[in-house]
Design a binder for this molecule. Structure first.
Ligand SMILES: C[C@](O)(CO)[C@H](O)COP(=O)(O)OP(=O)(O)OC[C@H]1O[C@@H](n2ccc(N)nc2=O)[C@H](O)[C@@H]1O
Ligand SMILES: Nc1ncnc2c1ncn2[C@@H]1O[C@H](COP(=O)(O)OP(=O)(O)OP(=O)(O)O)[C@@H](O)[C@H]1O
Length: 283
């Protein structure tokens, strides 16, 4: 009998702003950032196996299956729960890798949420977030499931309500490794703004900053070029540690228009800002 696959979305995120507010003894940077989910997603299909194996049917070019975040997430849940079941994973990638859109983290979070149900391991969301954090700083928010103001290394999360918006997202065609950017960050460490001040900054796009943008722009001129092009239409920002750059628009029509002009030269997409993660209600 062929295995029964269940299909789950793994949406991308944008960092609507990103401030560096400190550094931990282990080298990780303390941040203040606003995460927003967008309706642009990978798809993760999962089938339960009785033999305990974790099998990725279609490994990503250049990523050995053992290092794929979906496989690592499944194994982590298996180890933490003592579950004897396994899983077959089929991954459909759409979110560009190394784009600052959190694709790998989102895939892994979806695996944790979905297998927790399929295997009936019944861990709480908080426990899954804790497990997820050991795989990457970007993972917890995808399990938290709500747009959030994040502090710590990105794991201390508070829900934040955001206005409807559409985003033109452009990929400058370079792959930016997160670790390299943090290593080269030499900017001034800022003081946390706090929720009220962040809400005020979010009112318009002009005051938002990504403190990693300067170092990425210097190391990857292609990112700087896209930022300059998008500045013709408003106040663009880089997401996460790059490479993608986005422009927030108030209507889909406006976003489509900007994207049409940009797409003559660049690859990208238009996405709607979500109010929450599509798996927020998974039990
Ligand atoms: C830049 C963001 O995308 C913003 O959302 C995230 O902070 C990055 O999260 P991520 O891709 O899950 O990153 P991780 O896989 O945890 O870390 C990759 C590397 O980036 C550096 N890193 C990451 C996150 C952080 N808050 N401080 C850091 O200094 C560390 O050197 C780490 O070894
Ligand atoms: N399932 C996966 N999808 C994407 N990348 C993966 C996956 N598993 C492992 N990786 C590795 O993780 C790296 C970062 O991928 P990812 O798409 O999460 O980066 P990103 O968009 O810059 O994320 P972030 O915003 O979290 O820094 C890839 O270059 C790849 O080597």
């Amino acid at each position: 009998m062929s295995p029964q696959f269940h299909s789950y979305p793994a949406p991308a995120k944008l960092n609507l702003l990103l401030h560096i507010v400190g550094k931990r003894a282990d080298g990780y940077h303390l941040l203040e950032t606003v995460f927003r989910f967008i309706d642009y997603s990978d798809t993760v299909e999962l089938a339960v196996r009785d033999d305990g194996q974790i099998v990725l049917l279609n490994p990503i070019d250049g990523v050995p299956p053992e290092q794929d975040l979906t496989v690592r997430a499944a194994r982590l849940l298996q180890q933490a729960s003592g579950c004897s079941l396994g899983a077959t994973i089929r991954l459909t990638k759409r979110i560009p890798m190394g784009g600052g859109l959190g694709g790998g983290s989102s895939d892994a979070a979806t695996v944790l949420l979905a297998l927790n149900r399929l295997w009936q391991t019944n861990f709480s969301r908080e426990k899954l977030m804790e497990l997820g954090l050991s795989l990457g700083a970007d993972l917890p928010v995808f399990i938290f499931g709500k747009n959030a103001l994040a502090t710590g290394i990105g794991e201390k999360l508070n829900e934040i309500k955001l206005k409807p918006a559409w985003y033109v997202v452009i990929h400058p065609g370079v792959h930016v490794p997160t670790a390299k950017i943090f290593q080269n960050f030499a900017g001034r460490v800022l003081t946390e703004e706090g929720t009220i001040s962040i809400m005020r900054i979010l009112e318009t796009t002009q005051q938002r900053r990504n403190e990693l943008q300067q170092v990425v722009s210097e190391m990857y001129p292609a990112v700087n070029e896209v930022l300059s092009e998008l500045k013709k239409y408003g106040s663009p920002l880089m997401t996460g540690s790059g490479a993608c750059v986005f422009l927030e628009c108030q209507s889909e029509e406006e976003a489509d228009k900007v994207y049409q002009a940009m797409s003559v030269k660049y690859k990208g997409f238009v996405a709607k800002g979500l109010n929450s993660h599509p798996l927020l209600d998974i039990e």
